[in-house]
Design a protein around this ligand. Sequence first.
Ligand code: FES
Ligand code: FES
Length: 171
Amino acid sequence: MIGGDKPTDSIRVGINGEMDVLDVEPGATLMESLRSTGHYEVKNGCDEGVCGSCNVLLNDGELTRSCLTPAARCDGADITTVKGLLDDDGDLHPLQEEFLEHGAAQCGFCIPGVLVAAYHLLQHNSDPSDVEIADALSGNVCRCTGYLQQLEAIRDAAGRLDQTEPMEAEQ
Ligand code: FES
Ligand code: FES
């Protein structure tokens, strides 16, 4: 999926459609490199692959826990963070609007990872059942909402999106 493991102190990546250079400390994860380069929308909830707060999409849209991904292996990768869901004018994606509408974001800490997981779901399943939505969120921990508002928001966003066109990252 990504480039070879090589000793480096920086990598060139595409982030939400723009080229960027990430600093890479020895042994750093992609999450650490993203955050140290100012991409604070990628959250560190557990640092050990449990909570999903650090989710990003890699390359062809692979849902990835960036806290488990060695940064040095991502040279040349295309990365989508939650900011990549915004359109060219900076307007919110329907998923983001529905999260606001449903009060599905409370403290907000989990939301970047949840939205990336939800976006990944809708890329592959434009009309998910509640069970499929719940399954898609099973790798995300939210301490605030009880998940029901998030499920309802994703269901309503799916209903709004044009079902005839494949959903692509808006960058
Ligand atoms: Fe990566 Fe929790 S910070 S899964
Ligand atoms: Fe607070 Fe999810 S909204 S952890």
